[in-house]
Design a binder for this molecule. Structure first.
Ligand code: ADP
Ligand code: ZN
Ligand code: ZN
Length: 829
């Protein structure tokens, strides 16, 4: 066994740490070990085993004593076999390199195994602590201090208690010694005791209590049962012998009855794994019940050939909304599974609609693992183990499913590849689509990027033949794309003399659909009741106390809420600035839109889908179900209603404020608007009757609105690419956003100033550095924010400069957590 191992720890430092391997321990590369780090014990991934004695600089050196370098030792080996195989390790290192993220934090993101470790805290005594205790024993009083005798007494009680034990859980220690938390922390600072994260492997499966019948006949025939007992026995028998205890509560018998039956040996109580409940939606037609269109067959064949070649291949599947992309994905995954190989399907955060989950379940049964955001840590870990054991070779999930530990990966599919939820907005700031491409490259697999509205980057790559372009130009069964009509709201204002939310045209169209018993969706991509509260006297708006943004009025919940940090305030009845009572609620959000529509169409059954009405997966499914089954006539909502759903009764889609995002200071504003409009328009006319879309806008001449209305993808891309080329924005070159933040304004200012001067005097040919400038959102979650934007045709040069900048920031003692490097940023706000 080599003498040392390098361990990647999930701490915000750009390096691995070297530890000595005690005799008898056998850590493996890609496996986890428990190591001491500062005052804690942390688990990390072994990235290297070697015999090179480390330099004092990058090792976990015990700085207190000795002239020779004293390297800390591994405490425990947690895995006998790697949890990250060679390919995933390599992928993680690539991510760390490409996104300038600490590699330990990357690995933590890749492994959903946190649930296996209880994050309990324990304390242990140090040598210094033993010494203090010893001195107290001999001299009767320890060194002079500001502490009261009472505090000292407690401290020595703690030391005494710990001296006899290896390590004690915080709860037990506090119960035994009545020590306060601050006092414990003080002892840690004095290095008398150490704080440790203790880990204990926990059962990852969530279970439920189930009542099971022991011998039906015996219970029924031979024994005398009272009425209540009979009710329970009958219920169990009717359900096939087993029922969750929870649901027996609905039977209206005393709780003690079940206990009696258990005592009599007629019923037993069991712990059963709680199954992931599958969608209650009716499964749609299976992809094998209909004849594939010629275009679908061709796409399937091309992907099949690429997979058979067993080498890397990239493909862009550009299929208009309703062209049957999902069916193609499923059929490809079926083929791959039949060959005994693995596939991963990535879907956006809200794209894993219950319908798609139901399709996957129906098609792949137990061989599919579905990773969605509603899973608990324990459930996620369980799925991870199932995949790793090879029990599930088909994986579908959101962003982090790109790290699913499948073996023999043949196919990686990224649905709605342009979706911004693929980008993680915290360290490591990776983009799952780009990681998917890299993983496929490393695995010699095929990656298919699917979309009705590809990102400019992917479209450009396809044009440059980096990806093969496969197109589905028509909707299935020759259904037409919806007709789109633009309503100019300036003209509406002139003609009606009033600011309108719902134009006369849209109102008339809605009425017509309702009369015909057809369904309607109305999009307003802003939640809440009113987005702005304004004082008529002094003109001030109500701003969040943590962020430089307006608070949004939520009427039903009677509160003001910041949509950036979530802070909540009471609804003001007078201006906080000048005391005037003339406060005015301006603008419209989805909550108000729903109310307005209720007023206009009192008989219509209207549902709303946004982050206020959707608290969990069930709410989402419930609303879509209701629409699907005809229990709703209209669905109002934010972008949540725009994507992926396949509801055949919807024939009209209205968009309020089609241009809303165009004013944002972000170079992707036009692209996002085009995509959202195309997506939401795609919800109309997916069944037998053709669809219609009404786009209300104040900015009808904008090309994003115009091209979306004409379903002209190529036209939009050409125009947008031209603009990107002029501005040196992606896909023409790489960009990075460097954000400097601090709760203290002067720190944010001086740090960004220091880095600005460093950028200025550092020569960097071929890289443009813009800034420092105040970020568009100048204050967020209490932090003041300044930023730089770097643009370069050479990613290598750009990353080299960023590495230099990080080193400079470290040298200037700017904390790593306050300098955020975002490579390929999705938001520049
Ligand atoms: P997309 O993802 O491209 O928007 P979907 O895959 O959701 O489209 O397909 C739209 C609808 O058409 C679904 O209800 C699907 O079951 C159905 N469908 C797909 N392919 C065919 C086909 N060849 N013939 C008939 N219906 C199809
Ligand atoms: Zn005022
Ligand atoms: Zn806020």
């Amino acid at each position: 066994m080599p003498a040392f191992c390098d361990v990647a720890l999930a701490v915000p430092l750009d390096m691995a740490f070297t530890y000595a391997i005690p005799a008898g321990m056998e850590p493996v590369v890609g496996g986890r070990v428990l190591v001491p780090f500062r005052q804690q014990r942390l688990s990390g991934i072994v990235v290297d085993l070697h015999d090179r004695a480390p330099q004092a600089k990058n090792s976990a050196v015990n700085s207190t004593v000795h002239s020779t370098v004293n390297i800390k030792k591994v405490i425990e080996v947690l895995d006998q076999t790697p949890v990250l195989d060679e390919q995933l390790l390599k992928l993680g290192k690539w991510i760390a390199d490409y996104y300038l993220a600490p590699v330990g934090e990357v690995f933590r993101t890749m492994l959903p195994l946190a649930a296996e470790f209880k994050r309990a805290v324990a304390y242990g005594i140090t040598d210094a602590g033993h010494m203090a205790l010893h001195l107290a024993g001999t001299s009767g009083s320890p060194a002079r201090s500001k502490r009261t005798p009472q505090q000292q007494l407690v401290e020595f009680r703690v030391l005494d208690y710990l001296a006899e034990r290896e390590s004690v859980r915080e709860a037990s220690l506090r119960a035994a010694t009545k020590v306060s938390k601050p006092l414990l922390e003080g002892m840690v600072r004095k290095k008398w005791i150490v704080r440790e994260d203790v880990s204990a492997v926990r059962d990852a499966t969530r279970t439920v209590k189930v009542a099971g019948l022991v011998g039906v006949e015996a219970a029924r025939g031979l024994l005398k049962l009272n009425e209540n007992q009979k009710i329970i026995i009958d219920a169990l028998a009717a359900a096939g012998g087993k029922v969750a205890v929870e649901s027996l509560r609905g039977l209206d018998v005393p709780r003690s009855t079940l206990g009696t039956l258990v005592r009599r040996g007629l019923v037993e109580l069991l712990d059963e794994a709680q199954d992931f409940t599958v969608s209650k939606l009716k499964p749609r037609r299976s992809p094998f019940e209909f004849e594939f269109s010629a275009a679908q067959k061709e796409a399937l064949a091309k992907i099949g050939e690429a997979v058979a070649a067993r080498k890397f291949g990239g493909m862009l599947l550009h299929g208009i909304t309703g062209s049957g992309k999902t069916a193609v994905y499923l059929a490809c995954m079926r083929q791959v599974l039949d060959q005994g190989r693995s596939s991963i399907l990535l879907v956006p955060e809200i794209g894993l609609t219950p319908a798609v989950a139901a399709d996957l379940r129906q098609m792949f049964g137990d061989e599919v693992a579905i990773l969605h955001s509603g899973l608990s840590d324990a459930e996620r870990a369980e799925q991870w183990h199932r995949i790793r054991r090879g029990e599930a070779r088909v994986v579908a999930g959101t962003r982090s499913a790109v790290f699913a530990p499948v073996s023999d990966l043949a196919l990686m599919i990224v649905d709605e590849e342009q979706d911004s939820s693929y980008k993680q907005e915290e360290t490591p700031r990776y983009h799952a689509r780009d990681v998917a491409v890299m993983r496929a490259k490393m695995a010699g697999a095929v990656v298919v990027l699917g979309s009705a509205t590809p990102s400019l980057e992917s479209y450009y790559n396809a044009k440059k033949n980096k990806y093969a372009l496969v197109e589905l130009r028509d909707r299935v069964e020759n259904r037409p794309l919806p007709e789109v009509e633009i309503v100019d709201m300036r003209q509406e204002f002139q003609e009606t003399g009033q600011e309108q939310v719902i134009s006369r045209k849209l109102a008339a169209e809605i009425r017509e659909r309702l009369d015909k018993k057809e369904q309607v969706m109305v999009l307003l991509n802003r939640r809440g009741y009113s987005p702005v509260v304004l004082c008529r006297a002094c003109g001030k708006t109500l701003q969040c106390k943590n962020c430089a943004v307006s608070m949004t009025h939520h009427k039903r919940e009677q509160k003001m809420e910041c949509h950036y940090c979530g802070s909540v305030e009471r609804i003001p009845n007078k201006c906080a600035q000048c005391g005037s009572e003339y406060v005015y609620f301006a603008g419209t959000g989805s909550e108000k839109l729903e109310e307005l529509l209720h007023g206009m169409f009192p008989q219509a059954r209207i549902g709303r889908l946004d982050r206020d009405t959707v608290r969990g997966r069930d709410d989402f499914e419930h609303a879509l179900n209701a629409l699907n089954e005809g229990a709703l006539d209209m669905l109002v909502g934010t972008q949540m209603i725009a994507k992926g759903h396949d509801i055949h009764g919807v024939t009209l889609v209205g968009v309020i404020g089609a241009d809303m995002a165009l004013g944002l200071p972000d170079f992707r504003a036009a692209e996002r608007t085009f995509q959202l409009l195309t997506q939401v328009a795609g919800r109309a006319g997916r069944g037998q009757s053709p669809g219609k879309v009404i786009l209300q806008t104040y900015f009808q001449e904008h090309y994003a609105v115009q091209f979306a209305a004409r379903h002209d993808f190529a036209g939009f891309y050409e125009k947008e690419l031209q603009f990107r080329a002029w501005m040196h924005y992606p896909p023409y070159g790489a960009i990075a956003n460097v954000l400097i933040r601090s709760e203290k304004l002067d720190e944010a200012l001086s740090w960004s100033g220091e880095l600005g001067r460093w950028f200025e005097k550092t020569r960097h040919e071929g890289i443009r550095v813009l800034g420092p400038a105040a970020a568009p959102i100048t204050r967020l979650k209490r932090d003041y924010r300044y930023h730089f934007i770097l643009k370069s045709a050479s990613r290598e040069k750009m990353n080299a400069l960023l590495r230099g900048m990080l080193a400079e920031a470290a040298a200037r003692k700017i904390p790593r957590t306050q300098v955020i490097v975002d490579v390929d940023p999705v938001w520049l706000m």
